[in-house]
Write a protein that binds this ligand. Structure first.
Ligand code: C5P
Ligand code: MG
Length: 215
């Protein structure tokens, strides 16, 4: 039996967690796939994990998750955090892109307190008109219960009222890297890649300098 102290993170400083935020349809998933290839991250999408759990036979949360997703509301923090923590524990990696999370202040605070501290937030900034167009197009083939105009409108409201404050919270800590998403996926990725390269090159240099001092 593994006991856990309440205010202690499961994963320590040797873990790199980057939160990937942005409204629905901003292109988070697409850009994460690129980052996985170039920077060796494991991509964990909170929405995908919730959809998997909804489908899992014997899940006690299937109906609840489905209702929250259809309504564009945020699923209770403890469910999403447990799914993310399990996925991190199962993975051999220590570098994670956590896509679509945290989407509410209680998720942010609980995850940072009990699972792992995020290094920074990659925020994809996108006007609603662009997101709407993308989601309606995606809805033709995605089979998602929430890619329809009624659900999309609700998701936009949730994003503004509930999720954007999380971006502002991390902005106050100087932890947000913002990328505009109106351009083509290739252009958006070029900008994203440059940010990651700068950050991780700087980290690599600092590590080398620290080990040079030691030796
Ligand atoms: O990120 P994605 O668009 O796949 O999320 C789909 C839905 O999953 C959200 O609209 C919300 O209902 C739920 N979700 C959540 N908490 C998260 C991520 C997603 O409740 N952190
Ligand atoms: Mg997604």
């Amino acid at each position: 039996m593994k006991f856990k102290f309440i205010d202690q993170q499961t994963f320590g400083d040797d873990y790199t967690v980057v939160y990937v935020l942005g409204g629905p349809g901003a292109g988070k998933g697409t850009q994460c796939a690129n980052l996985v290839k170039d920077f060796g991250f494991v991509h964990l999408s909170a929405g995908d994990l919730l959809r998997e759990e909804r489908q899992r036979e014997g899940s006690q949360y299937g109906d609840l998750i489905n209702n929250y997703i259809k309504e564009g509301k945020i699923v209770p923090a403890k469910i999403t955090i447990a799914l993310l923590e399990n996925a991190m524990a199962k993975s051999p990696s220590k570098r994670f892109l956590i896509d679509g999370f945290p989407r509410k202040m209680d998720q942010a605070k609980k995850f940072e307190r009990t699972v792992c501290k995020g290094k920074f937030v990659l925020f994809f900034d996108c006007p609603e008109s662009v997101m709407l167009e993308r989601l309606l197009k995606r809805g033709k083939t995605s089979g998602r219960v929430d890619d329809n105009i009624e659900s999309i409108k609700k998701r936009f409201v949730t994003f503004k009222e509930t999720s954007y404050p999380v971006v502002e919270y991390f902005e106050k800590q100087n932890k947000v890297k913002k990328v505009s998403c109106v351009n083509s996926p290739q252009k958006v990725y070029a900008e994203t890649k440059a940010i990651f390269k700068d950050l991780f090159d700087a980290e690599e240099k600092a590590k080398k300098a620290a080990s040079a001092v030691k030796n």
